[in-house]
Design a protein around this ligand. Structure first.
Ligand SMILES: NC(=O)c1ccc[n+]([C@@H]2O[C@H](COP(=O)([O-])OP(=O)(O)OC[C@H]3O[C@@H](n4cnc5c(N)ncnc54)[C@H](O)[C@@H]3O)[C@@H](O)[C@H]2O)c1
Length: 309
């Protein structure tokens, strides 16, 4: 029988624990680090933006925090960050593999720039894989808990943002496999599914892009698409960590679709295929992305273009 390291009330208590958070300079990662710190944990904030993450860590105080530059796509950089964390705090109990990006600009599969696709997979999927592999031995040593930040796009139709949806479905799959593989070790893994959150990621990917904004408005009725704050996500995620939860969905209005997706997704996909406003937005995205795709030789120049030179 596995004995988890939990408090007398059955909770995985934060005081004295050490947490390692990637993408910790801002947004959800920073809010999570701040909430874990407020709950008594020591926190290592890591981010590709070195100066910003050191500054972010400093705002939490000196005693139980450190900021470290890390690129999650680079195993050497990750190993060095974990080493630095161990030197300072002696071990890891909680890991949040959270660093992520959204593909910009939004595009159809036909017109997505290859470099954008590669980078999205590198950070969101391989970056999470790297973070898991670099930290797992430490978590096993302390029977810790790891959270993988996925998204509702793990189960929503990813039209216009396929690279992102692919990575988030992959992260969900990784989290489920991990939880089962680790069950005998006393380590637990959980998947975090935020809806839309008011952070720079959505500002860059949606707010700055009129077609992406229109597409979202067509796809999701207002109450469903209403954004939550990074703090709301952090509070729910930390409650999930304390329970060693397998799944944390924020906001909760997405829970029914998470559980009903086997039935609901085929129907929703069918509705999208026939929705003229969604199809018009996709057409406009395609037209916008086509010239660059043609120039790069990925898409054949259309006959009209050929004749008009
Ligand atoms: N904002 C949303 O609506 C939303 C919804 C669902 C899931 N998410 C996920 O939440 C996570 C955090 O997103 P956010 O909204 O806080 O975005 P954000 O852009 O505010 O923060 C992301 C952080 O990750 C860092 N980062 C990017 N590439 C990195 C790399 N290679 N190595 C290390 N750090 C790197 C950035 O510098 C930044 O500080 C992401 O995985 C994102 O996909 C966000």
């Amino acid at each position: 029988m596995v004995r988890f390291s939990v408090g007398s009330d059955g909770r995985f208590n934060l005081p004295g624990k050490t947490a390692f958070v990637t993408g910790g300079a801002r947004g959800i990662g920073f809010a999570l680090a701040r909430t874990l710190h407020a709950g008594g944990a020591k926190v290592v904030l890591s981010d590709i933006d070195g100066p910003a993450v050191i500054q972010a860590a400093a705002t939490l105080g000196q005693e139980r925090t450190m900021g470290v530059a890390v690129d999650v796509t680079d195993r050497v950089s990750l190993n060095a960050a974990v080493e630095a964390a161990l030197e300072r705090f002696g071990g890891l109990d909680i890991v949040v593999a959270n660093a992520g990006i959204a593909p910009v600009p939004a595009a159809t599969v036909l017109t997505t720039d290859q470099a954008v696709f590669d980078r999205t997979l590198d950070v969101n999927l391989f970056g999470v894989w790297n973070t898991v592999q670099a930290t797992l031995p430490q978590l096993i040593a302390r029977q810790g808990h790891i959270v993988l930040t996925a998204s509702i796009y793990a189960f929503l139709n990813g039209a216009a943002t396929a690279p992102y949806a692919i990575t988030k479905a992959g992260v969900e799959s990784l989290g489920r496999a991990l939880r089962t593989e680790l069950a005998a070790s006393g380590v637990t893994a959980g998947v975090l599914y935020p809806g839309w959150v008011d952070t720079q990621l959505v500002h860059a990917a949606i707010d700055a892009d009129p077609i992406a904004s229109r597409m979202l408005d067509e796809l999701f009725p207002r109450p469903l698409a209403r954004r939550v704050t990074a703090d709301e996500v952090a509070n729910a995620a930390v409650r999930g960590i304390e329970r060693r939860a397998a799944r944390t969905v924020v906001p909760k209005r997405w829970l029914p679709l998470l559980f009903m997706r086997g039935l609901a997704n085929p129907l929703l996909d069918h509705l999208l295929d026939g929705n003229s406003k969604v199809q018009k937005a996709l057409h406009d995205l395609e037209m916008r992305g086509r010239p660059a795709a043609e120039r790069s030789g990925r898409v054949e120049t259309s006959p009209e273009r050929r004749t008009t030179g």
